[in-house]
Design a protein around this ligand. Structure first.
Ligand code: LLP
Length: 463
C-alpha cells in the first residue's frame, strides 16, 4: 500500500497542528495544540477567535493556550513516571516566563520551580508555591537574595565559592538548618546552539570548574549548616540532539560517586533544561516523550555501571515547557516598498516585546489571523516599531495579501519573550491573556503611560 501525504495548502493553514491529540508533542508544532480555523477564516486558539481577542484586549497581545501548557507539563511529569524507575521531579525554569498566573498553572500540575533571582522567588511565592518546591540558581546571587530564598526554605544551587561563604555567614539568620544545597558543576559538554545560550562548555561563567570539585566537596562536607543533597549541570538551550543530555547523566553520576568519598550523600541529580522547540518547519527537536525516555535510560544505565542507587532525577525545562503554548498577535500598520529590494510591513510591537530576533537572530514564522486560508503571495519583511533599523521581527516572511489593520500572529513566543521584554522607546509591555474552552482571562495588564512613570522621580531642585 502506498502512503500519499496530504498536501497542505500554501497558506496559514499549513501551520495548524497536524493532530490535536495530547500524544503529539507541542514542542514539535508551531501553533498551540488547540489552534483551529473558524467559519470566518480566522485563527482560533483555546476556542477563542484571535481577532476578537485583539478587539477586546488590544494589540500587541500575548495569547497563552492553557491546554498546550498543561499538556507539556503532563508529558514531562508522566514521561518520567513512565521511563524512570526512581523518584523524579520536573522543575519549570521560570526565567522562560515568570508571572503569577503562569507559575500557578504550572504548580497545579505538580511541577517545581527553578528561580534565578529574588524577583522570581517572590513571583513564585505569590503564585502560592512554597519554597520547598523552588531551587535558586544564579552565578552572582546577592546576599539578600540568598537570605530571602533560604528563609523561605528554597534549595540553593551553589554556583561559586562566594555563594558558600555568604551562606555560611548568613546561617544564623535562617530558621531551618541545615540549608538544602545542590552544587552546580560545569560539565564540559559541547552542544550545537547559539553561543550566548550555551552554558555547559568549560569556558562558561556558570558553575564550578571540574578542577575545583574536590575542594568544594571537601569544604561542603565540613559545614554543619549545609545538607548537600545533590548535583546540577545544564548545558544550554534550544538543543535538538539527545546525546549531550545522556552524557550529562553519566558525568553527574561520576561526580556523585566522588562526592560520596567525602561523605556527601547525593540524593538528587539535576540534568538541567535545554530541549528545543520548533520555531520554523525546518526545526526538528525530539518530542518531550523521546527526550525524557533518552535521559531516563541514560541515568539508569550510568547508575547501574557505577553500582549506585537511583537518585531522584530532576530536569528543569523552560522553553520546551512553555514556548509553543503562546503566540503574539500584532496589528499591521505601515507598508514601505523599496523597489527591487524589499517591502517592509510594520507592526505595533517588535524588539521590546520579542527581543530574540535582534539578540540571537532567531527566526519566527507568522500567519495572518484574519486570512488563514488566503494563498501566500508576497515575501515581506516584518519590522517592529522601535527606532532601530535592526528591529525586524521576521525577514522574508511569506504572507497573503494584507491590509493595514490585519492581525499578524507570530508563533511560539511563550519562552523568553515576555520575560525579556523591555520598555525601549517608552513603549509599555503588551497585555497577556490565557485562553481555555472559549474563555479568555487577563493574566498581565498592558502597561499604561502611568506605569511607565511609576519609577520616575523628579528631584526638588529640578522642578
Ligand atoms: N536551567 C538552567 C540552569 C538554565 O540556565 C536554563 C536556561 C534552563 C534550565 C532552561 O533552559 P531551556 O529549557 O529553556 O532551554 N534567552 C535565551 C535562552 C536563555 C536560556 C537561559 N537558561 C533565548 O531566548 O533563547
Amino acid at each position: 500500500m502506498t502512503f500519499t501525504p496530504v498536501k497542505l495548502p500554501d497558506s496559514g493553514l499549513k501551520y495548524l497542528p497536524k493532530s490535536a491529540d495530547s500524544a503529539s508533542s507541542p514542542n514539535q508544532q508551531l501553533l498551540p495544540i488547540t489552534a483551529k480555523v473558524n467559519e470566518h477564516d480566522h485563527l482560533e486558539i483555546g476556542g477563542t477567535d484571535v481577532t476578537t481577542l485583539v478587539e477586546q484586549y488590544g494589540s500587541p497581545l500575548y495569547i497563552l493556550d492553557e491546554e498546550t501548557l498543561r499538556t507539556t507539563c503532563r508529558q514531562y511529569r508522566d514521561g518520567f513516571k513512565k521511563y524512570y524507575p526512581g523518584e523524579s521531579q520536573v522543575i519549570y525554569a521560570s526565567k522562560a516566563w515568570s508571572c503569577v498566573a503562569v507559575c500557578s498553572i504550572i504548580a497545579s500540575e505538580g511541577l517545581g520551580f527553578d528561580v534565578v533571582s529574588g524577583g522570581e522567588v517572590y513571583t513564585t511565592l505569590k503564585a502560592g508555591v512554597t519554597g520547598n518546591k523552588m531551587y535558586l540558581h544564579g552565578n552572582n546571587k546577592s546576599a539578600s537574595e540568598l537570605l530571602f530564598a533560604a528563609q523561605n526554605n528554597c534549595t540553593i544551587i551553589i554556583d561559586s565559592w562566594l555563594d558558600l561563604e555568604n551562606l555560611v555567614s548568613l546561617a544564623d539568620q535562617i530558621q531551618e538548618l541545615p540549608i538544602r544545597i545542590m552544587l552546580r558543576l560545569t560539565p564540559g559538554i559541547e552542544c550545537h546552539t547559539h553561543d550566548y545560550i550555551k552554558t555547559g562548555h568549560l569556558d562558561s561563567k556558570f558553575g564550578f570548574d571540574p578542577n575545583q570539585i574536590e575542594a568544594v566537596f571537601a569544604f561542603v562536607s565540613k559545614q554543619s549548616c549545609f545538607n548537600c543533597i545533590g548535583l546540577h549541570a545544564h548545558i544550554g538551550s534550544q538543543i535538538f540532539e539527545r546525546q549531550p543530555h545522556q552524557d550529562i547523566a553519566e558525568v553527574l553520576v561520576q561526580w556523585a560517586v566522588r562526592a560520596s568519598e567525602y561523605g556527601l550523600n547525593i540524593e538528587e541529580l539535576n540534568i538541567g533544561g535545554g530541549l528545543g522547540i520548533c520555531y520554523t518547519e525546518a526545526d526538528d527537536p525530539p518530542s518531550i516523550d523521546e527526550w525524557v525516555k533518552a535521559v531516563s535510560e541514560a541515568m539508569v544505565k550510568a547508575c547501574q555501571s557505577a553500582n549506585i542507587a537511583l537518585p531522584k532525577l530532576l530536569a528543569e525545562p523552560g522553553r520546551s515547557l512553555i514556548g509553543s503554548s503562546c503566540v503574539t498577535a500584532y496589528t499591521i500598520g505601515s507598508r514601505k516598498v523599496v523597489p527591487e529590494i524589499r517591502t517592509y510591513l510594520s507592526v505595533d510591537g517588535g524588539m521590546s516585546d520579542n527581543p530574540r530576533p535582534i539578540t540571537y537572530q532567531s527566526v519566527y514564522r507568522t500567519v495572518v489571523a484574519n486570512r488563514m486560508s488566503a494563498p501566500l503571495e508576497e515575501t515581506i519583511t516584518i519590522a517592529g516599531k522601535h527606532c532601530e533599523s535592526g528591529d525586524v521581527l521576521i525577514k522574508d516572511a511569506e504572507l497573503p495579501h494584507t491590509e493595514t489593520g490585519d492581525i499578524l500572529v507570530v508563533m511560539a513566543t511563550g519562552a523568553y519573550n515576555y520575560s525579556m521584554a523591555s520598555n525601549y522607546n517608552r513603549i509599555g509591555r503588551p497585555a497577556a491573556v490565557v485562553v481555555k474552552d472559549a474563555e479568555a482571562n487577563l493574566i498581565l495588564r498592558r502597561e499604561t503611560y502611568e506605569d511607565l512613570l511609576r519609577q520616575d522621580c523628579l528631584p526638588e531642585r529640578l522642578r
